[in-house]
Design a protein around this ligand. Sequence first.
Ligand code: URA
Length: 206
Amino acid sequence: MKMVFESDTLEVIDEKIRTCEMCTLASTRNNAVPGSGNINANIMFIGEGPGKHEDENGLPFVGAAGKFLDELLQGIDLLRSDVYITNIVKCRPPQNRDPNPKEIASCNPYLERQIDFINPTVIVTLGRFSMARWFPGARISDIHGVPKRFGSRVVVPMFHPAAALYNPSKRPVLHEDFSRLPGFIIEMNSDDNHESKPGFEQLDLL
Ligand code: URA
């Protein structure tokens, strides 16, 4: 069993993910998908899990949902090379079924180490599975776009870009939620906004 250690670099974590056999998804995957992007990113996006194309390529969000994610990033003048993108589970659940709690728990040490390493000020959860890690029991339609402070980071739950492919009315909602991200980064990085500052339970930054 390969453990994830605090001293692991991102390359070591990626390699441990690629060779992971901690859950049964290892036996059906073609490629594990650790994540990609800028290791110094201010923003980290966390999706659900690889789909068919991601499993084939070993990269996150390379299918139709990824195209829309690119459009959303472009809308706020960001490229993939400005952000870091990963998923709550790193291997494709067969037939794109929902990841189960055991799979999510097996993958969690990898995600924790990725978060520690990238150290983003803003984490955007895409879809309900990554949302549930920080907002258990919440409904995405109630809390999307609303930032919440967790220690030195702010976590912003959002709809999954794939939701907009099935339901076009979600497109402007996602664009609107994305449009607030630059302001969150500026606010979080501002000098007088330190970890110890109280009153961040529910941020309304703009
Ligand atoms: N959907 C996800 O949640 N993640 C991907 O990498 C691709 C599609």
